[in-house]
Design a protein around this ligand. Structure first.
Ligand code: NDP
Length: 333
């Protein structure tokens, strides 16, 4: 598979170029808003072509797929252009700035019959897949609650638009709550109905929130609590799923690396749960390629990206207004 990168980004540099190459792919072109940055990025990563004009990539018939990792407000326009050019699209989260825009992207891909997937990496991890398998196998009985703790310290190199540019999609809610929404949906197999929330700036956010806490109502009656922050150096991340017959405690698993621990606690005692230590992003690209090849589904579809954004935006609105929000997935009644 020959790929084009839309966005000379940190995530492409640190994870996705290697993931594409590990699955046999070739990165043909990188597009940036700055030709100088595109050239420097291409030189630094052995990419043949650099451009500051998306059309150069989209007119290249040898490129079958694009990976979009620009700042969030650019995803929609770039994805729609790539879809119109017949490219398969792996797009970063949040898919867009609004649910309607994200749904438009998914609808356009459906019409064009191209694969459109969301790069929600956490559901690609061995740890999250092991937790989901335990839940599905009813090892903890009926799920009563899920606690997501994802308060981290944003590395200095990422303290740019995320903490000071609302127009670019900054803020911890579009950045991390959106991932947690995907984790809850992936693990529990249901969509949050409504949310209550609070948010604030606790040292990093300038005009956008850097911390949020929220509680979500699920159709099954399970309760979900979620905590995201950019300002917590030592909190550690993880999740706990509590059921009528057991609990699953997963520590250090809200991360880009295949690390952490999963433990099952039941009346029989505590047991460590083994899980695959495969690379999360390689798994995501592998699942994407299976979807393109017609032999599988993307790890997270476009619809999954719409849903995670809908939950995140409901959290922000609930926090802004102090009023419980019913999550608007933008689905036809
Ligand atoms: P970066 O800030 O590294 O890159 C985003 C854009 O910022 C780039 O596309 C680039 O624009 C511009 N940029 C990069 N470096 C510079 C610079 N030195 N000066 C000016 N502009 C610069 O963002 P991330 O890689 O952290 O995030 C990109 C996207 O990926 C976001 O949508 C984010 O939510 C998502 N993401 C997803 C993760 C996941 O695990 N799924 C993890 C991290 C991020 P241009 O391309 O025009 O040059």
């Amino acid at each position: 598979m020959r790929w084009g990168l839309i966005g000379a980004s940190t995530i492409a540099e640190q994870h996705m170029i290697a993931a594409i190459r590990a699955t046999g792919g070739e990165v043909q072109t990188v597009v940036s808003t700055s030709l100088e940055r595109a050239r420097s990025f291409a030189n630094g990563h052995g990419i043949d072509q650099a451009a500051d004009n998306l059309a150069i990539l989209l007119n290249d018939a040898s490129i079958q797929a694009v990976y979009i990792s620009s700042t969030n407000e650019k995803h929609r326009t770039q994805a729609l252009a790539a879809i119109a050019a017949g490219k398969h699209v792996l797009c970063e989260k949040p898919l867009a700035m609004t649910v309607a825009e994200a749904a438009e992207m998914v609808g356009a891909a459906d019409v064009a019959k191209v694969v459109f997937a969301t790069n929600h990496h956490l559901r690609c991890s061995g740890s999250h897949r092991a937790v989901r398998d335990l839940i599905r196998a009813e090892r903890i009985g009926r799920v009563l609650s899920l606690r997501l703790f994802h308060a981290v310290h944003l590395p200095a190199n990422l303290q740019g638009w995320r903490i000071n540019d609302a127009a670019a999609g900054g803020g911890v809610i579009p950045d991390i709550t959106v991932h947690d929404a995907d984790v809850a949906r992936f693990l529990l197999g249901e969509d949050p109905l409504a949310v209550v929330a609070q948010m604030g700036a606790s040292g990093m956010g300038q005009g956008v929130e850097d911390s949020a806490m929220s509680v979500w109502t699920m159709p099954s009656g399970a309760m979900v609590s979620s905590h995201e922050s950019f300002t917590h150096p030592f909190a550690g991340s993880g999740l706990e799923v509590h059921g009528t017959h057991g609990s699953i405690i997963a520590r250090g698993v809200m991360t880009q690396l295949p690390v952490g621990e999963v433990e099952l606690v039941t009346a029989e005692g505590r047991e460590g749960v083994p899980f695959s230590a495969h690379n999360l992003y390689v798994q995501g690209v592998t699942d994407f390629l299976a979807a393109v090849g017609g032999t599988g589904q993307p790890a997270a579809s476009g619809a999954d990206g719409v849903a995670s954004l809908a939950v995140a935006l409901a959290v922000r609105e609930a926090a802004r207004t102090g009023i419980r929000q019913v999550v608007d997935y933008g689905r036809a009644a």
